[in-house]
Design a binder for this molecule. Structure first.
Ligand SMILES: [Zn+2]
Length: 549
């Protein structure tokens, strides 16, 4: 990397000044701190999508981030399960489910004896909706986020707002102390929040919702933005590996949204179209304008997550024309958003980072047809056979839940029946280990008594929360999933699920790239160093050395 003399001089002066308590640090960007941090998470974006669709991207979106920013090309999630709730929590807390406690999207709550949703909060109510989708808050997350630390360090003067179509993708990044988190409710066709944050939607959100943009976007068919024969990075549009919407006979373009909407979730259907990204971008721009983000003397933070790529990936898979079209259109939305940041706040005043909450495997059915080892698991069936086995051997089924690759055993009953916990766990483990879909199994006893330092066992341990997780953790063979035979899903410790893009851009970021191993938990630690604030209180990541000199 080349430095100009003036940059070298400023770098030198930072290191000298950093030792004395001074408020006005001269930095290469010319500003002591960014006016605004924008965190962009793209739900289910795999690292290789940067390159795969490169020729189809314009110059203003992904290419601009790569060409002007810093690309950490080897960034991986460092725990299982690789899902959206834990993903967003880990990016912003700088730690893994072992510490932040968001062990899945939904999980069996041992204390409550029932399933809970990661951002479920029965003590709050929806604002802007009557639906139960409003009863949400970050209450289940056990640690602070980088956004919390920014708020606390500025004695609550920095503004922090989280937005996304998915509630968990807005709420967890914004942290416990956020000014607001807004998420989409298809029953109102607009953005809502909860009483955790406020009593009433701000006037500007009400005005935004009154424009009925979701309805407008859904009043046109979804057709490919380029002539369909140019989608050379994807398999033919008509194939057997894709979800067929109600009212369609084949999974092909054009998807006539006005006709399909009614039978496919009404205005919620926008989630699984590229227009969900456009709506999120529109709302992000309106949030920055209406809340005057980046206009005060303190650093503000907007956490925005684009959820539609995940819905589209689940339905159509990574090789579909639908996904390619979604990324081409997302690139345009991203370009528009970056241009808006230029004019509203200025590139040198905004620190942008872009990453994903997890990635995704190839459609297993497609791999099987290519003779690649892959397969489908039915966890419900595994649970049934496991229960029969335990009934025969221990006189009771003993299983409370089998979910997120974890078996939750009825420890109370095990104690009552004076059974040996470790013996039961080991018995469950050896039964499951023998199933063809399973690659390895770890018991809670093992996880509590050992320290794994690499490989999938390390990732299982980092996802294991001693209080919340199950008693036996299961890992499936590569490319084996519990999902219908179309589209794809995610959750494993394999690189197809863990390897995501990580780009930094704007304030103080020198252009470059690195293939050094980075963990997703390093993002929050890096931001803390850049902003000169405390690390989130459970942070286990470390600053990325070549970004924070
Ligand atoms: Zn997903």
């Amino acid at each position: 990397m080349k430095y100009s003399l003036s940059i070298l001089v400023s770098l030198l002066s930072i290191s000298l000044l950093a030792q004395t308590p001074t408020k006005s640090i001269s930095t290469p960007g010319g500003n002591a701190k960014p006016k605004l941090v924008v965190g962009i998470v793209i739900d289910q974006m795999r690292y290789d999508y940067i390159y795969r669709y490169w020729d189809k991207y314009g110059n203003d979106g992904f290419k601009r981030l790569v060409n002007e920013g810093f690309f950490c090309r080897n960034t991986n999630f460092n725990y299982v399960p690789t899902y959206t709730g834990p993903g967003h929590a880990s990016v912003y807390t700088g730690t893994t489910p072992a510490v932040h406690g968001i062990i899945a999207n939904d999980w069996y709550d041992k204390a409550k004896g029932k399933n809970i949703y990661c951002v479920q909060d029965d003590n709050v109510n929806g604002v802007g909706t009557n639906a139960s989708e409003g009863k949400r808050s970050p209450v289940n997350m056990l640690t602070t986020t980088i956004t919390d630390e920014l708020r606390i360090s500025s004695t609550m003067k920095s503004k922090v707002i989280g937005i996304a179509l998915k509630d968990r993708s807005a709420i967890l990044p914004a942290g416990h102390t956020a000014n607001a988190a807004y998420w989409y409710d298809g029953s109102v066709g607009g953005f809502i929040t909860s009483t955790y944050y406020m009593k009433e939607l701000p006037a500007w959100v009400q005005t935004f919702n009154k424009q009925e943009l979701a309805k407008k976007y859904m009043s046109q068919p979804w057709n490919t933005i380029l002539p369909i024969d140019q989608y050379t990075e994807s398999v033919p549009d008509d194939n057997k590996y894709e979800f067929i919407a109600k009212g369609e006979t084949r999974p092909v373009f054009p998807h006539n949204l006005p006709d399909l909407m009614k039978a496919n979730g009404g205005l919620n259907m926008i989630r699984s179209t590229p227009f969900g990204n456009s709506l999120t971008k529109d709302f992000a721009i309106e949030t920055i304008k209406s809340e005057n983000l980046g206009k005060s003397t303190e650093t503000d933070f907007l956490a925005v997550s684009f959820s539609s790529p995940d819905y589209i990936g689940h339905a159509y898979g990574p090789n579909s024309v639908e996904q390619e079209d979604d990324y081409i259109r997302l690139d345009i939305d991203l370009g528009e958003f970056l241009k808006f940041l230029d004019t509203q706040i200025g590139k040198n005043n905004v620190l942008v980072f872009l990453t994903a909450d997890h990635a995704a495997p190839q459609v297993p059915a497609y791999l099987m047809d290519l003779k690649v080892p892959a397969g489908y698991i039915d966890e419900t069936k595994i649970e049934e056979t496991l229960k029969k086995y335990l009934l025969k051997n221990f006189g009771d089924t003993l299983v409370l839940s089998f979910s997120n690759q974890q078996v939750f055993l009825n420890q109370k009953l095990i104690d009552e029946k004076k059974l040996n916990r470790q013996q039961v766990e080991e018995s469950v483990a050896s039964f499951i280990q023998n199933l063809p879909a399973v690659s390895e199994v770890l018991t809670a006893v093992t996880l509590n008594n050992s320290q794994f330092t690499e490989g999938s066992r390390y990732l299982m341990q980092k996802g294991f929360n001693a209080k919340r997780s199950g008693d036996v953790l299961v890992n499936y063979q590569p490319s084996w999933v519990d999902f219908p035979h179309y589209g794809t899903t995610h959750g494993s410790p394999y690189s197809y699920d863990t390897h995501v893009p990580l780009l930094f851009y704007g304030w103080n970021i020198q252009h470059g790239s690195s293939s050094e191993q980075i963990y997703i938990t390093d993002v929050a630690a890096t931001l803390a160093m850049m902003l000169n604030i405390q690390f989130p209180n459970g942070c286990t990541g470390k600053p990325i050395s070549f970004l924070v000199k």
